[in-house]
Design a protein around this ligand. Structure first.
Ligand code: CA
Ligand code: CA
Ligand code: CA
Ligand code: CA
Length: 259
């Protein structure tokens, strides 16, 4: 009798344990979706009095006042030379948008896949990571954060909620001017938060002083290979796997908007 009570209890425990651990892990991932980020690479971004003109020329007063930051963290690929790649960037903001100036020295500009939605990360492209509320957390198939891949032809691609690539050309506008091996890219990034839904009218975020955003930048460099040769980012990512920006917004740096 006692033995059978024990067996029933054991069976009960065995049956309920997987449920309990499922509930726990679901709860855990729901929590890590929000506010999991520890701010790092905290940088102040100055407000532009005059909006930079998106013409691929960096002679705007706003750019003169902003400082350069390096694009120098090797996230993927073999060590590279100065001839192969060099990159740096500047940021300013207005209530309507974030503005980004990127200077890239790349020995060969390569657009292997003309279809913007096919293997977009294997063509030369600038990748802009935005987490509007600096929450950190997963964003692979959600709009908790965006990873905008901006191709040489200006198309902007990220994965949508349905796990398929989508064009986000209405979020990011760019103008690139290339002279020799140096490209100047100017970007206007309209900021949307996690409430963004494809196919409906969405209100962009109005940016305000002291607002924090998750931000990172990267360049996918391919000089004629089947797959990208290097992926070079703006922020140090600890650990072995450094290709995390497109999955987890915790690795983005933090920018603080200032007057
Ligand atoms: Ca300009
Ligand atoms: Ca190169
Ligand atoms: Ca977020
Ligand atoms: Ca290249």
């Amino acid at each position: 009798m006692n033995i059978s009570i024990v067996s029933v209890l054991l069976l009960f425990l065995l049956a309920t344990t997987p449920l309990t651990s499922n509930d726990l892990s679901t709860g855990k991932s729901a929590t890590s979706q929000k506010s999991s980020k520890t701010d790092h690479q905290i940088r102040e971004v100055k407000r532009a009095v005059i909006v930079p003109k998106l013409d691929g020329e960096m002679d705007d007063p706003a750019w003169k006042e902003a400082i350069w930051y390096g694009l120098d963290q090797r996230w993927l690929g073999e060590p590279y030379t100065f001839t192969d790649f060099f990159g740096r960037y500047k940021l300013v903001w207005t209530p309507e948008a974030l503005y980004l100036l990127v200077e890239i020295k790349d020995d060969l500009l390569y657009d292997q896949n003309k279809d913007p939605l096919k293997l977009w990360w294997d063509d030369d492209c600038v990748e802009i990571f935005i987490d509007a509320d600096n929450s950190g957390g997963g964003h692979q198939y959600s709009n908790n954060a965006f990873a905008y891949h901006v191709a040489l032809d200006g198309n902007v691609v990220d994965l949508g909620a349905d796990k398929k690539p989508l064009l986000y050309n209405n979020h990011v506008t760019t103008k690139r001017v290339t002279k020799g091996d140096v490209s100047i890219w100017e970007f206007e990034i309209i900021i949307y938060d996690e409430t963004y839904k494809e196919g409906i009218v969405n209100d962009p975020l109005i940016l305000t002083e002291n607002q924090k955003l998750g931000f990172a930048l990267a360049y996918n460099d391919n000089d004629g290979s089947q797959e990208r040769e290097n992926f070079i980012g703006s922020v140090f990512i600890p650990g072995e796997d450094k290709n995390l920006g497109w999955i987890n917004a915790d690795v983005f740096g933090t920018i603080v908007l200032k007057e």
